[in-house]
Design a protein around this ligand. Structure first.
Ligand SMILES: Cc1ncc(COP(=O)(O)O)c(C=O)c1O
Length: 372
């Protein structure tokens, strides 16, 4: 029987050599490689500023700090997301206000946002589900009308484009990427915040390392021993080992992206009119981080595919279904009919560069056989 993991990161000797070099350099934490990766990332996305962190969660947290989120503020986000998107709001004793999603894309339903805006609303966090950019023009229009900040959760969206522009270089205040193990570019754990605002980048860079006025590499590479604490920061910096990995992964990003597109296309063609899939809107490019199908008996299919050696997953258990969030925020699940329906039926299939055509055919044949 075949054994197909839900995800496996594509790495070669290049990553091994790069990490070995970083170790041999004798400097194992944040230093020149982090700077180099930030520059390369910035260049690729065409953003003005990029700050590397140890996760997207850290990036989202410091993004909300940079825009000045306060206790009792409200932040609108989709309920169909990973908990990190909501959790960071709670760090401020602010309230995550959940919005329902669109059935076709699983992105935030922009037609339902305005009704959720109150005088306490400070920001919107759109999540580009599976790598497909949200309806950003509509979100920017609402943000302008109500004077709200926009922080993009782009954990899935590298490389993704909205109307020809890379996510990470749109008009939002800050965009947060994830380099977690399953993401389209992985450093094991890691994240990046991009922004066109220098003051936001400075705030995030300072707060990723305890609020110190200059970074450790500066101090150890001849910048002098003196420093000052200018904010109450966090320990959210990444390391040169992770950045060395990221630099190699970035060189392969387009090739990896092409392969994910090939796999998505194979799935699309095979499932057409047989299995329900998501729609990618014409004016945007998805990173194809996830490939989701919707079927009536999701749990049975999950088990049956597992018996055939195929690993699958579910994205996501909606925020309003989690115990902590139910107990603390008393969300009314009847406000999220689409997210509930989507959650019951969704199953994410493997999609990553190291899958062979044979693997993909095996997955397709298994799904078609089992859902008939
Ligand atoms: C939508 C979304 N946002 C945020 C995160 C958090 O990313 P990280 O693990 O890098 O903190 C994830 C991770 O899976 C995610 O899927």
């Amino acid at each position: 029987m075949k054994k197909i993991l839900f995800h496996k990161t594509h790495t070669t000797q290049d990553e091994l050599d790069a990490v070995a070099d970083a170790i041999r350099s004798g400097w194992l934490t944040m230093g020149p490689k982090v700077n180099e990766f930030e520059d390369a990332f910035k260049h690729y996305i065409d953003s003005q500023e990029a700050v590397m962190l140890n996760s997207a969660t850290a990036a989202l947290h410091l993004a909300l700090k940079a825009i000045g989120l306060q206790a009792d503020d409200e932040v609108i986000l989709p309920t169909n997301t990973f908990v990190a998107t909501a959790e960071v709001v709670t760090y401020f004793q602010a309230t995550p206000v959940l919005c329902d999603i669109e059935y076709e894309t699983h992105n935030i339903d922009v037609t339902k946002i305005e009704a959720l805006i109150t005088p306490k609303t400070k920001a919107i966090i759109p999540v580009h589900f599976g790598g497909q950019p949200c309806d950003m023009d509509e979100i920017f229009a609402l943000a302008k009308k109500y004077n709200l900040k926009v922080i993009e959760d782009a954990a899935h969206a590298l490389p993704s484009k909205y109307k020809g522009t890379f996510v990470g270089n749109l008009k939002s205040d800050i965009t947060c990427f994830s380099f977690y193990a399953t993401k389209t570019l992985s450093t094991g754990e890691g994240g990046m915040a991009t922004t066109r605002h220098k003051e936001y980048a400075k705030s995030i860079a300072t707060n990723r390392l305890h609020g110190i006025s200059k970074d450790v590499w500066d101090r150890y590479s001849g910048g002098g021993w003196k420093y000052d604490i200018i904010d109450n920061g966090n320990k959210y910096n990444s390391t040169d080992l992770n950045a060395a990995l990221g630099l190699e992964q970035l060189k392969k990003l387009e090739k990896m992206d092409e392969r994910r597109l090939e796999i998505a296309t194979m799935y699309d063609q095979a499932f057409r009119q047989k299995v329900e899939t998501l729609t990618i809107k014409n004016d945007r490019k998805s990173s194809h981080h996830l490939y989701v199908i919707k079927i009536e008996d999701r749990d049975a299919l999950y088990e049956q595919l597992k018996m055939r050696g195929i690993g699958t997953s579910v994205h996501f258990i909606p925020i309003h279904e989690h115990t902590y969030y139910k107990e603390h925020y008393h969300y009314d699940r009847s406000n999220y009919p689409v997210a509930n329906r989507v959650f019951e039926r969704s199953l994410s299939l493997p999609i990553y560069p190291d899958l062979s055509d044979d693997d993909v055919h095996y997955i397709i044949d298994s799904v078609l056989e089992l859902v008939q």
